[in-house]
Design a protein around this ligand. Sequence first.
Ligand code: ASP
Length: 435
Amino acid sequence: MTLTNKILLGMVLGLVVGVIFNLVLGADENQVPASAVGQWLQTYVIDGVFDIIGQIFIASLKLLVVPLVFVSLVCGAAALGGQSRMGALATKTLGLYFCCTSIAVALAISCAVFVQPGENVDMATASSFTAPEIPSIKETLIDIVPSNPLQSMVEANMLQIIIFSILFGLAISRTGGEAGSNIMQLFNNLNDVILRMVMMLMQLAPYGVFCLLVKLFSSLGVGAILDLAKYFFTVLFVLFLHGIGFYGLLIKTLSGLSPVVLFKKMQKVMLFAFSTASSNATIPITLRTVEHDLGVDNKVASFSIPLGATVNMDGTAIMQGVATVFIAQAYNIDIGIAGYLMVILTATLASIGTAGVPGVGLVTLTMVLQSVGLPVEGIALIIGVDRLLDMVRTGVNVAGDAVVAVIVAKSENMLDIERYNDMTLNAENDPVEKS
Ligand code: ASP
């Protein structure tokens, strides 16, 4: 069985076992199982064994993120340095990210206005939500440049790591000579070693995914979905429409490549994104797949994938678009066309500011709501179904990064088209990996 199928099996089994636990345990509203056996299962099996394995799996992915982004981007920037294509590459990548996200929000708003998910909402279903403080734009801008690169790495501050790695890589290429080429060789070798580590740890995925999903679904009340069915399914519909329809069209029209190939090869990345609900934790797998399976040159991938995982969140923006319309309708507030345009702008900016970790999209939604004068407490209405939507939207978030990387690489002649189309190429059946 291929690794992708094993992960898929782990996911389905995790979901089924999790739902069975949920039904058997019969937890009350405080998530405490009624019977003594139920409490034992909850403490030692779900919060014990499954939680431990799930957390270890996420940690094993995260441990690779900082070293991989740093080393890979230094290699990319050093190789690019001599060709002075960095500016064009960055402009194209950021431009595409921005356009895709704005289109995603516009699509979300249009569908939500049509479906009217916030009509007749029972306000009593709301749990509580306290809005955290959002940093100002000034602070955010200053914060992009690292004052201490080691601290940026310790804190896994992705934008700061990106800036430092690019500078470091460019300096290597400008240093040139023996010193420059020795260091570059060292980084290239390190890159190979870290990618090998990604492959090794990926083998844990089926078990990790299984445990994560058992834990999640054992405590997830599906009742919340029924109360919010219209909202839930509108977000889901737009996520699929954008993730498959829009991305497919974009790949076909802008690069002339087959979208089916991309979706097939991205399957396991999406499964990782789905089960971890974190674009950041998925970076190692995305980078490995985009370079190795899809044939995107390291110079493009090492820049666009970590950057995308940090600033490009089409799935998150879609949720925010639908959520804003939903909350406006639930509170019976008409924000008008100008309001919707404002939402497109702020949701695009909010998705840039959303960190690639679980649940942050809901926090930055406060910024969008405030921009059009909607009550932030409205978020409490949708909190119950957000974890599930978070999993799906994270899949769309990472797919968007890969799509843009492929388009930019193709336009810059940095895509190995034979590799892209080679369906036998999948990380798990690479002969080198088997040895
Ligand atoms: N979980 C999302 C991600 O990592 C962010 C969010 O929407 O909360 O991409």
